[in-house]
Design a protein around this ligand. Structure first.
Ligand code: SF4
Length: 77
């Protein structure tokens, strides 16, 4: 079982090898994702937005680099 966040009870990860730094996820939920110095998205707070909005951001990632797991297993993809 992955370690889940206290509020949303999810684990959010970004595959850095896939991320192209488009910034879409940062635009959608800026309190959850930020771009680091290498222009790769990093998760700063998995409780920084609603689960629905985080799943929207994951679904809008152009290279499907965002993975979300919840208590019952995979939420995205
Ligand atoms: S939307 Fe996807 S490709 Fe764009 S910065 Fe976020 S994780 Fe990276």
């Amino acid at each position: 079982m992955p370690e889940l966040s206290p509020e949303n009870r999810i684990q959010v990860t970004v595959d850095r090898s896939l991320c192209i730094g488009s910034g879409d996820c940062v635009d959608t939920v800026p309190d959850v994702f930020q771009l680091d110095s290498e222009d790769k998205a990093v998760v700063v707070d998995p409780d920084g937005a609603s689960v629905d909005d985080i799943l929207t951001a994951a679904g809008n990632c152009p290279v499907s680099a965002i993975f979300v797991v919840g208590e019952e297993g995979d939420l995205y993809p």
